[in-house]
Design a binder for this molecule. Structure first.
Ligand code: G4P
Length: 526
């Protein structure tokens, strides 16, 4: 194997996603503890922004600044190099999470045993399904009373739209929680509710042995045998290939806070989770093993301090080896660029690196050179696709509040949109600009940044819209007719694509019914 192939084979790049409070931060922290990347619990605090009141976004941004270092956490575990990409806990930054999902090869979903599937999880899973990202599920908080595990599995299947297969099985829950039977490794993991210690486990491949009673008592033993029998009856044996195709999610049970079931999850994860996968470019599929470097920018993190207007652009390496001080082609600008201080993220530290491999994330200091979705290559003309925009949920007209500063305002809007803070739509009829976001907070962020970074003042005016849909049709006449009929509600997105702004669900449904030749898409990647 070449060094490149070896580096690819040992890499696992993934994101942990969950509804706020399910235990994502806690699980991340325990994984870092196993990797020896941190030594004390309580070191990972990046997601605590969700606890801040939504109106206090300055505080949120301050903490987001701190969380740059924890945006990507790399660590070594056994012979593996693991990259965890952090996703914002606050739902107003969901768009950030969608983009991060374009840079990972797999996902771990955390679900609270008591709460089951919650809204945010459902939405993020839609993105995974769209991209066929392999997912693993960790059912958390077994030390508390929650749903019946069989009911929960049914809920996961129906709510997340993916087949599931338990690879561990809980023995009671809440105060009576005794541990899990690990179906993947055929062992009994016994629970001792002591935080920050690794649990003890016993190899146990024959659950019919009377020794089981000795460990978990007669009632639990009988129940476990019955449950395992049922599982065999209901679920097919676990098939790694089906998981890798994104069609089957293995499920683990545990308690992240008590460090229970986490190592088991990690051990299975490193074994079955995908190595860096191919990336789709407009021109062709790019395989990680190709010797020539390529990568794309999936996230730009602005520094909120007006005295240091620098950003960090996050580059995902897709193929070949990335090297410091080597010239690469910036496709959109058609320019050669080299980087003297690219950073890698190990544990919670940022440090300058000389090289990076497929699956790795590199931080590039940026002063406005990058847009989300930009491609860098070793010379070949490639354009990576797949940083989709999703229909925003909130819309407002943005108006200039200082007529002398309209140039600054337009520049500011353009740059903030390139950075992915929100989306802008230009009404085709009257030219007014509409900003679409997924959360109220972004409007405040935009207004503040326009004023402090661009010296421009804006004003928001209400507009009542339900969704933005990207439209297309094979029939140009039908498309034309639709656009003429809906001329007041047609807009261009920032790439100049046609977008229909539907006022309400009803209007949208009627439009879908009346114009059968038109296809309506709720994301820009179709
Ligand atoms: P998030 O990133 O998904 O939003 O969740 P986070 O890890 O912050 O966890 C949310 C809350 O759930 C935290 O409590 C955390 O301690 C708790 N938690 C996580 N895993 C478990 C578990 O296995 N069992 C139990 N019982 N609780 C768990 P908090 O009180 O909100 O925060 P903190 O003050 O403990 O940090």
């Amino acid at each position: 194997m070449t060094q490149l192939e070896q580096e690819i084979a040992r890499r696992r790049t993934f994101a942990i996603i969950s509804h706020p409070d399910a235990g994502k931060t806690t699980l991340t922290e325990k994984l870092l503890l196993f990797g020896g990347a941190i030594h004390v619990a309580g070191a990972v605090k990046s997601n605590k922004i969700k606890k801040t009141a939504t109106s206090d976004w300055m505080e949120i941004e301050k903490q987001r600044g701190i969380s740059v270092a924890t945006s990507v956490m790399g660590f070594d575990y056994d012979d593996y190099k693991i990259n965890i990409l952090d996703t914002p806990g606050h739902q107003d930054f969901a768009e950030d999470t969608y983009r991060t999902l374009t840079a990972v090869d797999s996902v771990i979903i955390v679900v609270d045993i008591a709460k089951g599937v919650e809204t945010q999880t459902r939405k993020l899973m839609e993105v995974c399904r769209m991209r066929k990202t392999p997912v693993m599920i960790f059912v958390n908080k077994l030390d508390r009373l929650g749903k019946d595990p069989f009911d929960l599995l049914d809920e996961l299947e129906s709510e997340l739209g993916i087949a599931v297969r338990p690879l561990s099985w809980p023995i009671d829950q809440g105060p009576g929680f005794k541990g899990v039977y690990n179906l993947y490794q055929e062992k009994l993991d016994l629970y001792t509710p002591s935080k920050q210690t690794v649990t003890e486990s016993v190899a146990f491949d024959d659950v019919s042995s009377p020794e089981l009673e000795g460990y978990i008592g007669p009632g639990n033993a009988a129940r476990l045998r019955e449950d395992l029998h049922l599982i065999e009856g209901i679920y097919d044996t676990f098939d790694t290939e089906t998981y890798l195709q994104g069609n089957l999610a293995p499920v683990f049970f545990g308690s992240a806070l008590n460090n229970f079931g986490v190592k088991e999850l990690l051990d299975c994860f490193v074994r079955i989770a995908p190595t860096p996968r191919y990336t789709k470019a407009e021109e062709r599929l790019v395989r990680p093993e190709e010797s020539s470097f390529s990568g794309f920018i999936f996230k730009i993190h602005a520094n909120m301090d007006p005295n240091h207007r620098s950003c960090i652009a996050f580059l995902k390496v897709c193929s070949g080896k990335f090297e410091r001080n080597v010239n690469y082609k910036h496709m959109r600008l058609g320019k050669q660029l080299k980087f003297s201080a690219p950073t890698a993220f190990m544990a919670q530290k940022k440090s300058v690196v000389d090289e990076a491999w497929p699956g790795d994330i590199v931080g590039l200091p940026d002063t406005g050179t990058f847009k989300i979705g930009d491609t860098l290559t070793g010379g070949e003309d490639l354009h990576f696709k797949g940083i989709p925009s999703f229909s925003p949920e909130l819309f407002k007209y943005i108006e200039n509040a200082d007529p002398l500063k309209s140039k600054q305002l337009n520049k500011g809007i353009d740059q903030l949109m390139d950075e992915g803070v929100a989306q802008v739509f230009t009404n085709q009829f009257n030219g007014r600009k509409i900003i679409g976001t997924v959360g109220q907070l972004q409007f405040e962020v935009i207004q503040y940044r326009l004023e402090h970074e661009y010296g421009a003042l804006c004003r928001w005016e209400p507009i009542h819209l339900h969704k933005a849909c990207w439209i297309e049709s094979d029939d140009p006449q039908a498309l034309d007719q639709f656009k003429r009929r809906k001329y007041q509600f047609m807009a261009f997105d920032k790439e100049g694509r046609d977008v229909f702004l539907a006022e309400s669900e009803y209007v949208l449904r009627m439009a879908q019914q009346d114009f059968e030749a038109i296809r309506f898409h709720f994301n820009s990647e179709f």
